[in-house]
Design a protein. Structure first.
Length: 518
């Protein structure tokens, strides 16, 4: 479908300020370069400084900051830069992230995820349309870009076909795809892996136990599953309510136009797609049977010689889910003719890896910076200073205020700094250990859950979000004079509702000692 994009009018006020400020913030990779250099020089100035923290047994632990400009420290940086501090950092977390993306990449590049979104979207009853559009948007996060690039324009077409303002459907889809990005019914999504695996790194690098408040070990990939499972239904219902109560009544009064080249049959599910979906269903059954066989057989829980319970299935759940996606994607691709040989499957994986170049660059500088913080003791010192400050405010006795304060802080930062992963790399190493030091109930899984809420809820009201321009272009097909200020005004009810209710849900989990995951 062709489109003509009319230049958007200049922004004014708060929106313009956010946009100007955001554009002045360097790329996260550059930020980590400067942070590494600054930390290196700082250790040269304060190397040898000693300070005391409270250990797990309640006793005092003395720490000494190393001078990273000393000969032996420089040798350590060069000796460990590639393997230990990057590729093997955090037990090989980079490899875990990449393997998940391989499985999802096969499913996405086969066309499976796009076909599922179209199939479900086109069968929705008019009455349940807002609910299902938001729900599909939330679930589409497993397919990364598919929700933004397929579901949002499809939602506009669905509403246009029903004689309704297409912007209503697009707003609901945008709310689900972006504001509900961290919720899902599927465990161990790429988001879960990235947040969870790095949260473990942030905690363990400063001696913070990667455990729940009850002392149980945390599984990085599934540590929020109960929370995000419930959140999926809550956010879908909230999104539908906001659409019907606030957005639809306002937009129904707004004029719109249908492009001359608009074909309401676009995004229809083809016969090949239907054939592929049937094959994918068979592949899903076979993959799940294989997983069940592994869970009851080679990967079953057992007790080792030391008397410790070992859980191979849970330890490898990320790899197993990636395998399921790969199998289902291959079945779909073969049935539709997208995959004619194994070479096509290889190309799909390579294509997905081509999108991971930025992650590789980001993690190289980020993980080396984090390793420097851990080895030098500077990270522990920053945590100590921050915890001491918060303690002086008396907040150690009010963990709920700490949760809400961290959510609000991150939500504001998110208006100026886009990117879930890069922002987590900046905030996580500070707040995960710091909040635990202030109050041990602020465990790594709880702090990470709070980050999920803040990062997702304000994505739809900032021009710094990666797809902000793309969404504006999609919407301006139906209203050419639309500005991003208009989009923000449209999305504010979703953002505020999601942020407030989702925060209350997390506080409820905490107050009633409900486990966030398993």
């Amino acid at each position: 479908m062709s489109e003509t994009i009319t230049p958007a009018p200049a922004q004014k006020g708060v929106i313009a300020f956010i946009e100007r400020a955001g554009k002045k913030i360097p790329d996260p990779v550059i930020i980590f370069m400067f942070l590494f250099t600054f930390s290196l020089l700082l250790t040269g100035l304060i190397g040898g400084l000693q300070f005391e923290t409270t250990g797990a047994d309640g006793g005092a632990v003395t720490h000494t900051i190393k001078n990273m400009m000393a000969t032996e420290s420089v040798r350590w940086m060069f000796d460990n830069a590639l393997l230990t501090n990057w590729l093997s950092f955090g037990g090989g977390v980079l490899g875990v992230i990449l393997i998940v993306m391989l499985g999802v990449g096969i499913a996405e590049n086969s066309g499976l995820l796009s076909a599922v979104i179209k199939k479900v979207g086109l069968r929705i009853n008019d009455r349940w349309l807002p609910l299902m559009v938001v729900f599909l948007g939330i679930m589409s996060s497993i397919a990364t870009d598919a929700g933004y690039l397929i579901l949002i324009p499809l939602a506009g077409l669905l509403y246009a076909g029903l004689g309704k303002n297409p912007l209503i459907g697009m707003a609901a889809a945008f709310a689900g795809v972006s504001a509900g990005f961290s919720a899902n019914l599927i465990p161990a999504t790429p988001v879960d892996v990235i947040l969870g695996a790095n949260a473990r790194i942030f905690a363990e690098s400063q001696g913070i136990p990667f455990e729940t408040a009850s002392g149980e070990a945390i599984n990085p990939a599934t540590m929020h599953y109960f929370f995000i499972f419930i959140s999926t239904f809550i956010l879908a219902g909230l999104g539908a309510w906001v659409t019907s109560r606030f957005v639809a009544p306002r937009l129904e009064k707004m004029s719109y136009e249908l492009p001359e080249d608009l074909n309401l049959n676009d995004f229809q599910v083809s016969d090949a797609d239907n054939k592929g979906l049937r094959a994918a269903g068979i592949g899903l059954v076979l993959a799940l049977l294989a997983v069940a066989g592994l869970a009851m057989g080679p990967l079953a829980t057992y007790t080792n010689e030391a008397g410790r319970e070992v859980t191979p299935f849970l330890d490898n759940v990320i790899l197993l889910i990636a395998m399921v996606f790969a199998v289902v994607g291959i079945f779909f691709g073969v049935a539709t003719g997208k995959f004619k040989s194994l070479q096509d499957v290889v190309k799909a994986m390579v294509k997905q890896m081509n999108t991971m170049g930025y992650i590789l660059v980001l993690t190289f500088f980020c993980y080396n910076f984090l390793a420097l913080l851990g080895f030098s003791g500077l990270g522990t010192y920053v945590t100590y200073l921050g915890a001491s400050f918060l303690g002086s405010l008396g907040l150690q006795d009010y963990p709920i205020l700490l949760i809400i304060g961290f959510i609000m802080t991150t939500a504001v930062i998110n208006l100026f700094v886009g990117g879930l992963t890069s922002k987590w790399m900046l905030l996580g190493p500070i707040f995960v250990p710091m909040l635990y030091q202030v109050n041990p109930n602020m465990t790594p899984d709880l702090v990470t859950a709070a980050y999920r809420i803040a990062d997702s809820s304000t994505n739809i009201i900032t021009p710094m979000m990666t797809y902000a321009g793309v969404i504006l272009a999609f919407m301006r097909k139906y209203k050419p004079e639309l500005s991003f200020g208009d989009v923000i005004a449209m999305m504010v009810p979703y953002s505020l509702t999601f942020l407030s209710v989702w925060t209350a849900v997390l506080v409820g989990f905490f107050a009633f000692n409900i486990p966030l995951g398993f």
